[in-house]
Design a protein around this ligand. Sequence first.
Ligand code: C2E
Ligand code: MG
Ligand code: MG
Ligand code: MG
Length: 278
Amino acid sequence: QAKSIGGNLIQPYVTGMEETNRWEAGLAADLRNATLENQLNLVFQKQNLTKTGELIGYEALVRWRHAEKGPIPPEDFIPIAERSGIILDIGNWVLEAACKEAACWENPVTLSVNASPLQFSRCDFAGLVSTVLMKTGLPAERLEVELTESTPIEDHERVHETILSLRKMGVRVAMDDFGKGYSSLNTLQAFPFDKIKVDRAFTQSLETNPHARAILRSAVLLGHSFKIPVIAEGVETERQLQFLQQAGCLQVQGFLFGKHLLPSQIKKFHPSLDRTGS
Ligand code: C2E
Ligand code: MG
Ligand code: MG
Ligand code: MG
């Protein structure tokens, strides 16, 4: 009897899983061609000083326009890209395309590029970054890599080595989405980051949740102790900005400072230069 109940409960779940797997396998196959077929592009989001609003950088965010399904949000396809290993190809494409853009910006601010833990451990990422910097002419000091811990870090030693090599080159490494998922105090303890980027979930509930405010204040104190800057993401309102300034959070990013920009919307010093992907 118990068995039949179990069977009834499990059956629809298994069918759902199979459907999900088929859907995922299909998307993974499509993703494999996405870079080749020019279905990927980049948008850029401003990063600003909390106190003055001064622009200090842009984060590159990848977009995928599927030939039939239309735009697919990164939150949906990045995990699939990670599980299938395609993130390595996508990551390379993003890195090079973003550096190419940033090298032409009239205002030489920082470029932040997201990278999966897999990129840090499954390939010679530091070597790759070095090649791309040389190829695009972007100075290492202008590049920051955000380690987005969307999947648990497995090879701690390799990741550690990669971070050290990047920093030696002058490239900064930020810990993305601090406080969310796997991005925990453990990670902060294990690796020498140049910046902490607090997950937008905390920013977004700080007006209603005193715990979120306490966590944000603590994150800022952590940054002070580590002597590294803290940036809060997902800032949408003046009140959030005010709180962050009072808490001593020096940098912010979010819709309050505008929606994402297309590459063509960022002023270039060389308008005649040929830019692919814009
Ligand atoms: P993330 O790196 O934490 O990027 C910030 C995300 O928050 C972006 O979503 C951005 O659009 C969104 N956001 C920024 N400001 C606000 C705000 O004020 N309010 C709200 N509600 N949202 C805001 P997006 O572009 O959908 O990217 C989602 C995630 O996908 C990224 O989170 C990152 O983890 C991943 N991702 C994006 N591009 C890449 C990439 O090139 N490589 C890798 N590995 N991951 C990427
Ligand atoms: Mg990021
Ligand atoms: Mg993220
Ligand atoms: Mg983030």
